[in-house]
Design a protein around this ligand. Structure first.
Ligand code: PMP
Length: 367
């Protein structure tokens, strides 16, 4: 039924309908203030309550230990590509990066502007999986070890937490899979996530940082050619003016996660939805083709070609057109890799995944 829409955008992406409806209902009168959330003062008690509630929900849903701060920043994931080295490249000026896709590659390149950053293995230009940890070369003097848990463009996701050496803090970009599986925060020095995939709308970044890593930066921002004073938005040891409507949306999405079975249930659904689509790919005898090694397949962003390993572009175009005509939207792969990408974030329902699965089967059978 083409009147039903399923939205598979990679980011910005689906926000739960229940949340959108609530935002709509409250738009003219936020928390009995007689003004909207877009207009209300960020210093008002009402808005302060939203910020505090958001931080508490994050702590609750992710079981954040007491020795971590939950920080809400501007600047998105890209902001943190600079924020991480600015705050952590402190003791040695060196850092290790695990490059498994386009986003960690970008972070690695950004990190190079600030210090001696090293890639722990030789990367090829196409990303299809994660080389075994035994083959990584880790620098014992690294200030941190950086990786991206889920590569949104390539569709590569870690199925393990990397081991660091000699208490080197682990830093993780979880922009596109945060709150989609249970993980032990205490294994990390810093976890960050732009909100616009799994937890809200664009323009707000969630950062969890271990207390002992705060305030250790040795650089003064004036030392930098890049960004100079505006970088104050990126520091972990400054109290941030959290005047963002996006925190309000984040707050509502976190409440929605809690009401819908918490992270445990999000994880269960992520496995159910993604397995459904990978099964169609695996049963298709190469008609649908995934380049990603099975143990690194993303549960969030399923990338595949139509018509064989290199893709038949005319057939892919037809696939996308017919999908859109059936209300299955935003399935085009990232322009750098082509093909199809189905993003199955938390707000994408099992029913959406079923609709996509059935469409894929029918499309194949018709050719
Ligand atoms: N990291 C990952 C894994 C991403 O998917 C993205 C955005 N697609 C970014 C970082 C960059 O985030 P932003 O657009 O918020 O700067």
């Amino acid at each position: 039924n083409q009147n039903i829409k399923s939205y598979f955008g990679a980011g910005p992406s689906k926000i739960p309908n229940e949340v959108l409806k609530e935002v709509q209902d409250e738009m003219l009168n936020f928390d009995s203030t007689d003004v909207s959330i877009l207009e209300v003062s960020h210093r008002s008690k009402n808005f302060e309550n939203v910020v505090n509630s958001t931080v508490n929900l994050v702590k609750d849903l992710m079981k954040v230990p007491d020795n971590y701060k939950v920080i809400l920043l501007q600047g998105g994931g890209n902001g943190q590509f600079a924020g991480v080295p600015l705050n952590l490249l402190n003791t040695t000026g060196k850092a290790d990066y695990i490059v498994t896709g386009a986003w960690s590659e970008k972070a690695f390149k950004e990190g190079k502007k600030y210090g001696a950053v090293n890639s722990v293995f030789q990367t090829s230009k196409t990303y299809t999986g994660i080389p075994p940890q035994d083959n990584w070369v880790l620098d014992p003097e690294a200030s941190y070890l950086y990786y991206c848990d889920n590569e949104t463009i390539d569709g590569v996701e870690f199925d393990f937490i990397p081991k660091t050496r000699d208490n080197v803090p682990l830093v993780c970009d979880m922009s596109s899979n945060i709150l989609s599986r249970v993980f032990d925060v205490s294994k990390f020095g810093v976890v960050f996530a732009g909100a616009q995939k799994n937890i809200g709308c664009a323009g707000i970044t969630l950062v969890l940082v271990r207390d002992d890593l705060i305030g250790k930066r040795v650089f003064s921002f004036e030392d930098f050619k890049y960004g100079v004073r505006s970088c104050v938005h990126l520091t972990y040891d400054v109290v941030h003016p959290s005047k963002s409507t996006r925190i309000y949306v984040l707050n509502k999405v976190l409440k929605w996660v809690k009401e819908n079975g918490g992270v445990e249930n999000m994880e269960k659904m992520a496995i159910e939805k993604s397995s459904m689509i990978y099964k169609v790919i695996d049963d298709s005898k190469g008609f649908y083709y995934s380049h990603i090694k099975k143990n690194s397949r993303s549960r969030m962003n399923i990338t595949f070609r139509v018509g064989g390993p290199t893709g038949d572009e005319a057939l892919e175009k037809k696939f996308l057109e017919e999908a859109a005509a059936e209300g299955l939207l935003a399935l085009k792969g990232h322009r750098s890799v082509g093909g199809v990408r189905a993003s199955l974030y938390n707000a994408v329902t099992v029913n959406d995944a079923i609709r996509l699965r059935d469409f894929m089967k029918n499309f194949m059978n018709k050719q």
